[in-house]
Design a protein around this ligand. Structure first.
Ligand SMILES: Cc1ncc(COP(=O)(O)O)c(C=O)c1O
Length: 470
C-alpha cells in the first residue's frame, strides 16, 4: 500500500495537490473546459497543449473513410518528411529561397508540357484551384478590356459563360469581380455542357468561356472539343476571339494519364489557360494549386506586381503574399518520385477500383450508376437510388456513416436538375480492392437496415448544390 494517498474530489486533494496529480497522471483539461473564448491568461506546458489539441481533433471523421473529398488524405512517409522539413520557409521570399522558387518554375514547366503548351509559357503556384481560377478569370477580364479599349468599345458589361456544373468558385469570381455570370442550366440526364448550350450566351462582352474537366458532381467533362470548335468558328465568321479556360481542378491530373489521346488542353487553339489542384489528383496534401497559361501573352501584364521589399526585385501574380513552401516542394517531390509512369499506374489503379466498386454497387440491385461504361470520368462512382423507396440518398448516406463511419455524400444537382439526388464515392489511392469491396457490402447493409426502418429524417432536405464535399 502506498505511504501517502491523496483524495481527488474535495478535501485536502484540492489546490496544489490536484495540480500535482494532473502533472503526474494527466492534464488539467480532463477536468476543465478547453479555452474557447479568450486567450488564456497563462499558457501551459507544451506536452499538455499538444494533448489538448490532439484530443479535440480525435473525434473528427477519419480521412481514410472520407470518400467525399477530392483532396489528398494520404502521402508517403518520405513526402511527409520533405513537408516537415520545409514548413518554416516562406514561399514568397524568393530572394532568400531561390531554389524553392526554382522548384515552382520546374513544376510549372512540367505541367505546361503535360498540357501540351506550344512553346515557352508562364503560370503560378496558387493556394488551390479557387485562387488559380480567380487569377485566370481576372486575366480574361483584363485582356477583354484591353481588346475593347483598342477597338474604342464600351467596357462596362463583361460577362463570363459557364455551365451549372461548375464549382461555386466561378460564381464567386463573378460576384467579387463584377462580371455577369451567364450560367447554362443543367437538364435532367444532361449534367455537362456543350457548344449548343454555350452559343446562345456568347457575345462581344464575353470575357471567356469556362469548361470543366471532371465535374464536382459526376466526374464527367464538358464537351471541350465541341466548345473549342464553336469558338473557332465564331472567330473565323464574326471576328470574335473568345478565349476558353479549362477548369481541370481534378481532371488536369487524371486525363493526361487515363485518356492521353483525348484533346482538352492546349492542343485546342482557343484553350488559353488551365487550372489544376495539386492537392487533388496531384496527390499532395491541401494547400497547392496551379494556373498555367498557353502563352506568356495570355497573362495580362497589368496583373503582375513588381516589388523589392524582400531584397530583390520580384514579380508577383497572386491574391496572397506570404505562404508556405512545403506543398510546392511536395509537388516537385511527387513529380520526380512518380514521373509519368507512376502517376499513370496510380490513376489506372484508382480507375480499376472505381469500376469494380461500380459493379458491386450495381449488383446490390438498389442503385443506378451515373455515366456510361466507356465515358471519360474521374475515378469515382456516382450513383442514385433506382425507383421509389421509403428512404432516399440522404438516408443512405446517414445510415452508412452511422453504421460504418464511411463519408459518402448525398447532394442535389444544380438548376435545372435540382430535383435529382446523387451519391458519390471518390476512389483514391488508399481505397484498395478489399476496402472497395467492404464499402459495397456496408452500403448493401445500410440499405437493408433502411428497408426495415424506413426514412431517418423528415426534415427539409433541400441542399445547396455545392454540398458535395469538394
Ligand atoms: C471542378 C472544380 N473546380 C474548382 C474547385 C475548387 O478547387 P480548390 O478546392 O482546389 O480551391 C473544385 C473543388 O472541388 C472543383 O471540383
Amino acid at each position: 500500500m502506498p505511504e501517502q494517498r491523496t483524495q481527488i474530489d474535495g478535501g485536502p486533494a484540492g489546490g496544489e495537490n490536484l495540480d500535482l496529480l494532473e502533472t503526474r497522471y494527466g492534464n488539467r483539461f480532463l477536468r476543465e473546459e478547453a479555452p474557447a473564448e479568450k486567450l488564456p491568461a497563462v499558457g501551459m506546458p507544451a506536452v499538455e497543449a499538444m494533448r489538448l489539441v490532439g484530443e479535440e481533433l480525435m473525434i473528427e471523421g477519419s480521412p481514410q473513410r472520407n470518400l467525399a473529398t477530392f483532396v489528398t488524405t494520404w502521402m508517403e512517409p518520405e513526402a511527409q518528411r520533405v513537408i516537415a522539413e520545409n514548413l518554416h520557409r516562406n514561399f514568397i521570399d524568393h530572394a532568400e529561397y531561390p531554389r524553392t522558387a526554382e522548384l515552382e518554375q520546374r513544376c510549372i514547366r512540367m505541367l505546361a508540357d503535360l498540357f501540351h503548351a506550344p512553346g515557352e509559357t508562364t503560370g503560378a503556384r496558387t493556394q488551390g484551384s479557387s485562387e488559380a481560377i480567380m487569377l485566370g478569370a481576372l486575366s480574361l477580364k483584363w485582356n477583354w478590356r484591353k481588346r475593347r479599349e483598342a477597338a474604342r468599345k464600351p467596357i462596362d458589361r463583361p460577362n463570363l459563360v459557364f455551365g451549372g456544373d461548375v464549382h461555386v468558385v466561378w460564381e464567386k469570381f463573378c460576384r467579387y469581380f463584377d462580371v455577369e455570370p451567364r450560367i447554362v442550366p443543367l437538364k435532367p440526364h444532361k449534367y455537362t455542357i456543350g457548344p449548343e448550350d454555350v452559343e446562345p450566351h456568347v457575345d462581344e462582352n464575353t470575357i471567356g468561356v469556362a469548361a470543366v474537366l471532371g465535374t464536382t458532381f459526376t466526374g464527367h467533362a464538358d464537351d471541350i472539343v465541341g466548345i473549342n470548335d464553336y469558338l473557332l468558328a465564331l472567330k473565323r465568321e464574326r471576328g470574335l476571339d473568345v478565349p476558353l479556360h479549362v477548369d481541370g481542378a481534378s481532371g488536369g491530373f487524371v486525363w493526361p494519364f487515363l485518356y492521353p489521346h483525348s484533346e482538352w488542353d492546349f492542343r485546342l487553339e482557343q484553350v488559353r489557360s488551365i487550372n489544376v489542384s495539386g492537392h487533388k489528383y496531384g496527390l499532395v496534401y491541401p494547400g497547392i494549386g496551379w494556373l498555367i497559361f498557353r502563352e506568356r501573352a495570355d497573362l495580362a501584364e497589368d496583373l503582375v506586381f513588381y516589388e523589392n521589399y524582400l531584397g530583390k526585385r520580384d514579380a508577383t501574380f497572386t491574391l496572397n503574399f506570404s505562404t508556405g513552401s512545403a506543398m510546392v516542394v511536395a509537388q516537385y517531390y511527387n513529380f520526380v518520385r512518380f514521373g509519368y509512369d507512376g502517376y499513370s499506374y496510380i490513376m489506372h489503379t484508382m480507375q480499376a477500383n472505381a469500376r469494380k466498386l461500380a459493379e458491386d454497387i450495381a449488383a446490390i440491385g438498389d442503385f443506378t450508376i451515373i455515366g456510361n461504361e466507356g465515358s471519360e470520368q474521374l475515378p469515382l462512382v456516382a450513383f442514385q437510388l433506382a425507383g421509389a423507396q421509403r428512404y432516399d440518398e440522404f438516408d443512405v448516406a446517414s445510415q452508412l456513416a452511422t453504421e460504418r463511419g464511411w463519408m459518402v455524400p448525398a447532394y442535389t444537382l444544380p438548376p435545372d436538375a435540382e430535383h435529382i439526388k446523387i451519391m458519390r464515392a471518390l476512389v483514391k489511392q488508399t481505397l484498395g480492392r478489399s476496402l472497395a469491396t467492404a464499402l459495397a457490402e456496408d452500403l448493401a447493409q445500410a440499405c437493408a437496415t433502411l428497408k426495415e426502418k424506413g426514412s431517418l429524417h423528415h426534415t427539409d432536405r433541400k441542399r445547396v448544390h455545392t454540398n458535395t464535399g469538394f
